[in-house]
Ligand binder design. Sequence first.
Ligand SMILES: Cc1ncc(COP(=O)(O)O)c(C=O)c1O
Length: 400
Amino acid sequence: MSSIFDKCTKWNTADDYRERGEYPYFRPIEGYDGSYVFINGNRLLMCGSNNYLGLSLDPRVKEAALKAVADFGTSCSGSRFLNGTLSLHEELEERLTVFTGKEAALCFTTGYQVNLGTISSLMGRDEYIVSDKLNHASIMDAAFFSQGMDKSIKLKRYRHNNMEDLEKTLKGIPEGSPKLIVTDGVFSMEGTVVNLPRLSELARTYNAAVYLDEAHAFGVLGENGRGTEEHHNFSAAADLVMGTFSKSFGSIGGFVAGRAKVIDYIKHFARPLIFSASMPPANLAAASKALEIITNEPERVQRLQQIAQKMIRGFTERGFNIGDTETPIVPLVTGEFEPTLKFFHRLYERGFYVNPVFPPAVPPNRCMLRTSYMATMKDEELDRFLDVARQEGKELGIVE
Ligand SMILES: Cc1ncc(COP(=O)(O)O)c(C=O)c1O
């Protein structure tokens, strides 16, 4: 008799890599020392974190989290809808409204839930989700979730940041059908920035709404870290923006911001908001303090942008294929699986932590080491990483 667990017993891929000592994932970090992490007793420079502004280790952010625990405890023990809304949620939402320049904001427990909840609550019968092919997995899951609730909801995908293909896609949708263009502001693996001015123009022409995922853009792009709209000097290009607190904000959780009436609707229809416990006090206070720091200390964002330019230039000069990144996400595109894994291990042994990325997170043959940087890193550390990457990459035939 077969069991649903047969597939688990038969699946040995991870075991094979573990036996050979080559398994790269789930390595527990035992502690932090500035830009370094300790793993298995080794001290490695963290070149793979999304803690872009270093705020998860900022003493002011840590203190705010501790105070919130003292005042409110460790959990909200309920959904936002019922007993799980604190004054801290509403205060943070008010600040986010100012930060994004929208009318209202709503916090969820994770960024993933923001995408799932917002998109699925807005989509209705015979409506269209129009999505960039390299959008984050949570956006794809939001589309699947929406279709699970109503099969008539359609998903159309266009080539990455390709505005001609987006236009072709929009033209192919029956006139008058409601549609939502969904795009990352900064693409999480490639570090590319969406062509927001053209996308927004197309949205107006074809009467589509725009949903912008700013997970990697808030605190990263724009003079004041206000994201893709500020970067393109184009406010109000998106009807809805979402952000997560798990990256520049040094916490966990996320939010969506937009017109007050739309946010109120999402509040009452987003299942991942209604049927899951709300963001806990420590994370709310940490995100709130981080937002205050981002607003008051734009020099952190500017230092991050300077580091991004340094690393883009440094890897390009050393012969790496880094795609079209413009941000502190700098992919070292390696192509095939085996050289990518070897490159990861070589860098790890030399004291550098990066993230190896394989399909389905990236298209086949576009395996990469995803490197990313923090505003707190020093030039000497970064120079050393560039040189070691060049040495090891050359030995492995990744660069000439
Ligand atoms: C573009 C993008 N959107 C959404 C998310 C989900 O955010 P969270 O980690 O807060 O759930 C991520 C996280 O990796 C992301 O990269």
